[in-house]
Design a protein around this ligand. Structure first.
Ligand SMILES: Nc1ncnc2c1ncn2[C@@H]1O[C@H](COP(=O)(O)OP(=O)(O)OP(=O)(O)O)[C@@H](O)[C@H]1O
Length: 288
């Protein structure tokens, strides 16, 4: 589990990027940070591997405050994927994937063998191993970024807008692939995006941010869709434009769960509780 405890970040130029932020990130799930530009998502993500240190508060991973960890060791033990991925254009794909294991002292032969396995894991043909980045498509490049992040077999994978630069069809493929990988490999994934649909597709837990690292709402996609916390969230998820039209269908009362379904009757998720037991919960919700 990753825990942010009353974390703030003021940059040297005076910008308060994050103000008193607290959150629990469950292990082996995908948590998505979504919000408008400049709301502090990347700053928070980078606090997990100490690319950024908070000016107040603590970030704790499995009961250990990261401020006591060596930043270089920590960074090598946590996978990190970013948009246009930090890959080295002058090195072959296989060598890019093997970077961290080599830095950690794994033999060249072993690191290469592992890199080839990882190409399989992320759905890339091994024939690409000796090519260079410029010879790959955008989607393939992002897969290499994911393979590289997985190379040290980290428990935690941080992903900062990793699919932002690829076309919508490839983006959906990559999202599906990530969900499969998470199920197979059981990693704790923290994923940053601007795209609310991507957040709802991927997230077990979704955190909607306002400017200043302020949390507008935390919940499962179904909870947020069915009960936007305020006008900001409603507007962000498109509820105010009537784009999302979901409604709640109570299930077996003993289960205490309610099914959220869209206009076509397709289930969008489950939420806990009885919608009719609370005045502020609409039984018919316009959400997309
Ligand atoms: N090194 C820095 N020095 C000063 N201000 C910074 C620095 N890094 C980020 N900021 C500011 O902190 C705020 C939060 O930035 P951050 O990159 O965390 O937001 P974000 O939600 O990830 O935005 P985006 O979605 O555009 O990437 C912004 O106002 C940004 O300008």
């Amino acid at each position: 589990m990753i825990e942010f405890r009353s974390v703030s970040k003021r940059f040297p130029d005076g910008t308060l990027a994050v103000d008193d932020f607290s959150l629990l990130i469950p292990s082996r799930r995908i948590t998505v940070f979504v919000g408008s530009s400049g709301s502090g998502k990347t700053t928070l993500l980078r606090m997990i591997n100490r690319m950024v240190d908070p000016t107040a508060g603590q970030v704790v991973i499995d009961d250990t405050d990261v401020s006591g960890s060596d930043p270089v060791q920590l960074r090598r033990s946590i996978g990190y994927v970013m948009q246009n991925g930090g890959l080295l254009p002058h090195r072959r794909i296989v060598d890019n994937v093997a970077t961290v294991p080599l830095l950690r002292g794994t033999s060249k032969a072993e690191a290469r063998a592992r890199a080839l396995e990882l190409l399989d894991t992320v759905g890339l043909d091994r024939s690409l191993a000796n090519k260079y980045l410029s010879q790959l498509s955008g989607g393939q490049q992002q897969r290499v970024g994911v393979a590289r992040a997985l190379a040290a077999d980290p428990n935690i994978l941080l992903m900062d807008e990793p699919f932002g630069a690829v076309d919508p069809i490839v983006r959906v493929e990559l999202q599906n692939e990530l969900k499969r990988l998470q199920r197979d490999l059981d990693k704790t994934v923290v994923f940053v995006t601007h795209d609310i649909d991507e957040a709802f597709t991927l997230g077990d837990q979704v955190v909607v941010f306002k400017t200043g690292g302020i949390v507008a709402q935390v919940g499962t996609p179904a909870e947020i869709l069915a009960r936007p916390a305020d006008d900001f969230v409603a507007s962000f998820i498109g509820a105010d434009r009537g784009q999302r039209r979901l409604h709640l269908e109570p299930r077996d009362p003993s289960s205490g769960q309610i099914l959220v379904v869209d206009d076509t009757g397709r289930p969008a998720g489950l939420i806990d509780g009885d919608p009719r037991s609370s005045d502020d919960v609409p039984v018919d919700v316009r959400v997309s």
